[in-house]
Write a protein that binds this ligand. Sequence first.
Ligand code: NAD
Length: 442
Amino acid sequence: MKITVVGTGYVGLVSGTCFAETGVIVTCVDIDNSKIEKLKKGIVPIYEPGLETMVRRNVEKERLFFTTSTEEGLEGAEVVFIAVGTPPDEDGSADLKHVIAAAREVGRYMTQYLVIATKSTVPVGTAKKVKAAVKEELAKRGVVIPFDVASNPEFLKEGAAIEDFLKPDRIIIGTESDEAERFMQKLYKPFLLNGHSIIFMDIPSAELTKYAANAMLATRISFMNDIANLCEIVGADVNMVQKGIGSDTRIGNKFIYPGAGYGGSCFPKDVKALIKTAKENSYNLEVLMAVESVNDKQKEIIFNKIYHHFNGDLKGKRIAIWGLSFKPNTDDMREAPSLVVISKLLKDGATVKAYDPVAMDEAKRKFGDKILYATDLYDAANDADALVLMTEWQEFRVINYKILAKILKSKVVFDGRNIYEATEMAEEGFTYYSIGRKVVRP
Ligand code: NAD
C-alpha cells in the first residue's frame, strides 16, 4: 500500500514514519525545503524521543521518502493525509489556509481514486471545504477522478508521540463512503492488534471529537488550577485535594495536576477555535470561555508570586529559570507559560538565566540575546536571587540541595509544577513557593 502525508511537522512526520514501520510505502511532503533536505539526510528537525532512529530505519528500508513535490508524493498513492498546521486566525478560529492549499495541490496532481483524510485539527465543516477545493482543481484540469474525503483527527502527545501513535487509545475516523472506510481499516489494522479500538462515525462528529477531547483536558487543568488558587486563600493543600479527588474512579487522577497553566501548540488554539465555532453557530460555550480565562491568569501566577516576594522591585534581580518547553520531553515552546514569566521579568528589569534540557535552541530563536543561557541547571542557578521551575523535566526532580544552597544568592524557590516536597524545602533552609500550597519558610 502507498500513502502520502502532506505536511511533515510533528504530526505528519510521526504518522508517516509509524505507517512506514508497518510496511506501508510513505512519502512525506512539505513546502519547507530545508526541513525536507534535513530529513533526506536522516536529520529530524524536532525533538521527539525515538523518532530519529525510526526515520533512519525506514528511509534505509526504502519505505519512507521525503519530497517538496506533491505531484511526486502522490504517485501511486491510495490515501493522502493532510497534516499541515492550523494556527489560530486573528479572531481565534482555526486558519484553514494551509489545509485548503494542500487540498488544492492534491486536486492538481491526483491521477487515480484517493481517500483524502484530514489529520490536522480542523473545525466542523472543513471536510466539505476540502472536497470543494479538490473538485474545483479537478474541474480546472477538465478531468473526472473519483475521491472520498475523511476526517482522521490525531491524538498523539508530543514527547510520547510514537508510543501514542503505535498504541492509540482509539482511532477516530469520519467517513461518508464504504470504500474510504475499507481503506482506512486496512491502513490502521496493524495498530489494532492489541485491542485498541477504531471508531467509525460521520465526518462532523469526527471533526468535533478532536476539539471536544482537547477542550475536556484543558477544562480539567483549569478546574484544578482554580481549586489550587482557592486552596491558597483558605489554607488548604491542593496536592492533598488532588489525591483525594483523583482516587474517585469517576474522576481519575489524570490531568488534575495544578501548575503554571497549559500551553503548547494544541490546547490554547483548540479551545479558542471551539469557542469560535460555537459563536459562529450562535452558541456560547460558557465553560470553555472560563477555562481560557482561568488559564490566561494562571500563566501569570508564578510571576505575581515573584513580584510580591521582591515587593515589586525586580530591577537588577537575577532570576534562574529551569524548564522552558511547555511540557517535558519536547522542545516545543509554543504558548509555553515560561514565555509569559520571562517576558514579564524582563519588562520589570530582571535578568534571566535559563536552562532547559532540549529547548535551548528554540529559546534562542525566541529570546535571542535578551536572556542568558546556562550550560546546566546549576549554572543557571549560580548567583541567582531566585530559582523558578517552569517545566517538570525528570532531571529537575531530585536536586542537590547542598549545592543549590551554596550557589543561590538567596535561597528562594518558585515551583510552577509542585514537584518538590514543601517540608523538605523548609528543612533545607529554602523559602518555597508553589501552586495551591502554603508558602514555606525555613
Ligand atoms: P507543524 O507546524 O509542526 O507542521 C506543519 C507542517 O506543515 C510544517 O512543516 C509546514 O511547513 C507544513 N505545511 C504547511 N503548508 C503546507 C502545504 N501546503 N503543503 C505541504 N506542507 C505544508 O504542525 P503540527 O504540530 O504537526 O500540527 C499539524 C496539525 O495537527 C495541526 O492542525 C495540529 O493542531 C494537529 N495536531 C498537533 C498535535 C501536536 O502535538 N503537535 C497533536 C495532534 C494534532
